[in-house]
Design a protein around this ligand. Structure first.
Ligand SMILES: C[S@@+](CC[C@H](N)C(=O)[O-])C[C@H]1O[C@@H](n2cnc3c(N)ncnc32)[C@H](O)[C@@H]1O
Length: 483
């Protein structure tokens, strides 16, 4: 690390950039990121103007090329930190738990990058099941490889709600450091907890702040009825959490409320606040097993990638992408690009906005982890996010976050580079036909706007039987269906 300069990091399996967003806001400079899919990679590149994003399969990534990418940003190839969350479907208790799932081997590629760069520290993030699945084999193999490379490691399962995220979400975190090059890692102290609702003065006042409830996180943007979209807040922020997420940004993105079919709305109407699908008459339930309505006075359960698991506490609709992003602690100026959602078949090949949000590490958790890493690496805590440039870019966003997603003004071409792992630059989904978001003042009925011809979206035509690959020619028409 150059004295006086912030530590430099690479983010692998970076998705839409939740972890990077947190690290940057703590004072760690993320200079390069890799991600399989162009949809989250585009979101990442749009919001993180000072990071080079490479999309493509990490198994085919040349590390010399990644090093050149780092050199392009910093003038040298050394990095202080490698972070990343190799896909966890194979390890997750919600997944199929298949030991032969080839994605399980992706953590080897995390080790490969650590071996190549020999950063002073690394941080590996995953689901809690990572440590126990397959008789703990994945975890012990991983630990063994890191020890062989000379790293000391610690690991723990943290709950994001303990750090001010309005959501119970557990993540397995493993941190490693090279003794002598970085100090041992101190786990961040819990700041939020269940301090009870008793209004009498407690005998031993808790040092913890109360958990952030769904209402405290969402109420200022909960005005949206099904079928409407708004690019303005409309109402004043009422809590510190809401004010922090707005961070003086006066635009609202990805806030489009689904108009459900009458049958779905009827099912939702049977579930009271805090209740689950068990209160829906069996004759109406279809195949769906999990569904719960948010309780405005409680903390939300984990935001999963399938949005129809959660119903808004005030409306008979699922939360908007923005409401999910609020529950994940993304700031309102963070724009999600690509398709809003996908039909059942397209989910095999798409990473739509809802999935990008649901997959992310909550930025607030990333920030406390970043602050703890800084103590070991020796940097100062500061917000390195380039919010000025990010908000300049808001002027390029056109249209609706509807099923085909936003388009960008063609002036964005050349200023936002979507580069694949072979160094090829790909065009953005650009168009001048849509209305710039910054000019749309009041809520509008989204069906009017969100049915444009699908211009240049970063999604494949779906031929699931023939096409196991995630990769596609960018710019081809989407085969999406509206939810
Ligand atoms: C859990 S998400 C990461 C979330 C991210 N850390 C964040 O905070 O937003 C895992 C990501 O790994 C990506 N991925 C899956 N297989 C990959 C591969 N073979 N090469 C590179 N990235 C891959 C997925 O597309 C997904 O976005």
């Amino acid at each position: 690390m150059t004295p006086g300069k912030p530590p430099v990091a690479i983010d692998l399996f970076a998705g839409a950039g939740g972890l990077s967003e947190g690290l940057e806001s703590a004072g760690i400079r993320v200079v390069a990121a890799t991600e399989l899919h162009p949809q989250p990679a585009l979101t990442y590149a749009f919001n993180q103007p000072n990071t080079s994003v490479l999309f493509g399969d990490i198994r085919e990534l040349s590390l010399d090329f990644l090093a050149e990418t780092v050199r392009h940003r910093t003038g040298k190839i050394e990095v202080d930190l490698v972070v990343g969350g190799p896909p966890c479907q194979g390890f997750s208790t919600a997944g199929k738990k298949a030991p032969t799932d080839p994605r399980n081997s992706l953590f080897y590629h995390f080790v490969r990058v650590v071996e190549y760069f020999r950063p002073r520290m690394f941080l590996l993030e995953n689901v809690p099941g990572f440590k126990k699945m397959h008789d703990g084999q994945a975890f012990s193999r991983c630990s063994h490889m890191f020890r062989a490379l000379g790293y000391s490691t610690v690991d723990a399962t943290l709950d994001a709600s303990h750090y001010g995220v309005p959501q119970r979400r557990q993540r397995f975190i493993m941190v490693g450091w090279l003794p002598g090059a970085a100090a041992p890692f101190p786990w961040p102290l819990q700041t939020h907890g269940d301090v009870g609702t008793n209004e009498e003065l407690p005998l031993f006042p808790s040092k913890l702040l109360p958990f952030i409830t769904a209402e405290e996180a969402l109420d200022d943007i909960a005005f949206l009825e099904p079928g409407w979209e708004s690019h303005r807040h409309q109402e004043a922020a009422r809590t510190d959490y809401q004010r922090e997420r707005r961070n003086r940004c006066n635009l609202l993105f990805n806030h489009l409320a689904t108009r459900h079919r009458p049958k779905a709305a009827t099912i939702f109407s049977f579930i009271r606040e805090g209740g689950t699908i068990s209160s829906v008459p069996p004759s109406l339930r279809s195949a769906k097993r999990t569904m719960a309505r948010l309780d405005r006075k409680s903390i939300s359960n984990a935001v999963l990638a399938l949005p129809d698991d959660i119903i808004h506490y005030r409306h008979d609709r699922i939360p908007t992408v923005r409401e999910m992003a609020r529950l994940q602690s993304f700031d309102d100026d963070y724009v999600f690009l690509g398709k809003r959602t996908s039909g059942f078949l397209e989910r095999r090949v798409d990473v739509p906005q809802y999935t990008q949000v649901g997959n992310a590490v909550p930025p607030l958790l990333g920030r406390v982890l970043g602050a703890a890493l800084l103590k070991c690496l020796g940097g100062i805590q500061q917000d390195l996010r380039d919010l000025r440039q990010r908000r300049e870019r808001h002027k390029w966003i056109r249209g609706s976050s509807g099923f085909a997603g936003y388009t960008l003004d063609p002036t964005a071409q050349g200023k936002i580079a979507i580069t694949d792992i072979r160094g090829r630059i790909h065009p953005l989904p650009a168009s001048t036909d849509d209305i710039p978001v910054a000019q749309s003042k009041s809520p509008f009925e989204w069906k009017v706007y969100a049915t444009p011809p699908m211009r240049g979206q970063w999604a494949p035509t779906v031929t699931p039987k023939k096409s196991p690959a995630y990769m596609m020619e960018p710019g081809c028409d989407s085969g999406s269906q509206r939810r």
